[in-house]
Design a protein around this ligand. Structure first.
Ligand SMILES: *[C@@H]1O[C@H](CO)[C@@H](O)[C@H](O)[C@H]1NC(C)=O
Ligand SMILES: *[C@@H]1O[C@H](CO)[C@@H](O)[C@H](O)[C@H]1NC(C)=O
Ligand SMILES: *[C@@H]1O[C@H](CO)[C@@H](O)[C@H](O)[C@H]1NC(C)=O
Ligand SMILES: *[C@@H]1O[C@H](CO)[C@@H](O)[C@H](O)[C@H]1NC(C)=O
Ligand SMILES: *[C@@H]1O[C@H](CO)[C@@H](O)[C@H](O)[C@H]1NC(C)=O
Ligand SMILES: *[C@@H]1O[C@H](CO)[C@@H](O)[C@H](O)[C@H]1NC(C)=O
Length: 188
């Protein structure tokens, strides 16, 4: 027991010394070429987003609501967490290209609109494991194309900026399931 304590203390001191030796300045200016060896790429992604809210295989679940949510005509205050399938075609059985993981919350008291906080995680070919983060306002009932900002990314999408265009492709009025077509333009 005592031996354990002594060796733990010794390890702690040793690791502190190593940590001190490796300490680095808080900020360093790097030439842009350090992280951007290639010129910037512009990529367009096109896929379908499957928002399954009903039935036993729902991938979007409501986790919270406010006392006024049920009486609000916009469902104000509802928070939904999703892990929605992304596919190449509009059919959910078409080739899978990734998932949309994140949440949306009803955030407009007068006109139905969601605040979307989404990480798209791709598993297709060279985008495998890379992610795009999208944060924006989504007036879901609008027949028009909705625009959402791309705020960042990882992997091949490091330094990502751009925008996503969302258009409702299909809504099942019975259970609320929806298929949304996305066009995403990314500089990375
Ligand atoms: C739910 O998923 C299971 C397993 O993949 C499948 O057998 C079943 O048909 C699905 N149910 C619906 C309603 O889609
Ligand atoms: C609102 O409606 C949902 C679904 O119909 C129900 O589960 C929930 O209990 C209701 N909440 C309140 C505060 O009435
Ligand atoms: C909200 O909806 C009303 C009626 O549909 C419309 O006139 C108004 O422009 C909308 N407001 C916004 C901010 O979209
Ligand atoms: C994506 O990466 C995972 C883990 O790195 C690997 O198991 C999988 O086979 C890859 N998928 C494709 C389509 O390359
Ligand atoms: C940028 O595009 C070129 C040519 O298509 C490709 O070889 C390169 O891997 C791309 N870079 C990134 C970061 O995707
Ligand atoms: C819509 O949802 C209902 C209830 O889950 C289901 O019975 C019906 O087949 C769905 N319609 C379509 C076109 O998917």
């Amino acid at each position: 027991m005592a031996n354990n304590l002594i060796s733990t203390t010794f390890l702690f001191i040793l690791s502190s010394i190593i940590f001190l030796a490796k300490s680095q300045p808080f900020s360093t200016s790097l030439p842009p070429s350090t992280l951007r060896p290639e010129r910037q790429n512009l990529t367009r992604l096109h896929f379908f987003f499957h928002d399954v809210v009903g039935g036993p295989n729902a991938t979007a679940v409501r986790v919270a609501a406010a006392s006024i949510t049920n009486t609000s005509h916009t469902g104000f205050g509802a928070v939904v967490i999703m892990d929605n399938l992304l596919t190449e075609g509009s059919n959910p059985n078409s080739k899978r290209v990734g998932r949309a993981q994140g949440m949306y919350a009803s955030a407009d008291m007068s006109n139905m609109s969601f605040m979307m906080v989404n990480n798209y995680v791709f598993d297709d070919e060279r985008f495998n494991g890379s992610t795009l983060s999208v944060l924006g306002r989504n007036p879901v009932t609008s027949p028009a194309v909705r625009e959402l900002p791309v705020v960042g990314g990882t992997g091949v999408f490091r330094f990502a900026s751009g925008y996503a265009e969302a258009r409702t492709f299909f809504v099942n009025e019975t259970n609320g399931d929806a298929i949304v077509e996305y066009n995403v333009y990314v500089l990375h």
